[in-house]
Design a binder for this molecule. Sequence first.
Ligand SMILES: [Zn+2]
Length: 153
Amino acid sequence: MDIERITSFTQDHDKITPGLYISRIDGSLITYDMRTRKPNGGEYMDNITMHTVEHMFATYIRNSEIGGNIIYFGPMGCQTGFYLIVRNEKPERVLEIIKKTLVLIINHKGEVFGASRKECGNYKNLALQPCIDECKKYLDVLNSKEIDFKYEQ
Ligand SMILES: [Zn+2]
């Protein structure tokens, strides 16, 4: 069997900075890399942060105006970001909704969504504050630079 290198490995990770990028387009599906940390930068999200962002972001964005077109949201195994797969939406609209979703999380009061034994596979490993801190930091990134969705070559 010949093994081809998958597209995401062809990107030079030394050139990636935090931001929002399109990594794949498959028909009507666009995969976004929500890159929160610099790859191999020495600082990574810990599991409780990624896990809580996963619960909070997935819940809020699936309840947004584009909720029906959210196919997938989840953390990158390398702990430097999240994947978001969206159907039939323009990137500018997705960016706007991502920012709104981050604001909702930052202002969230009360329990983490899905924080019970019946709803989650590791429900004690959730904490709102590190999730809010991560979302604040990422929202600052999105507000501080021009987002053209392209990885630098
Ligand atoms: Zn969970």
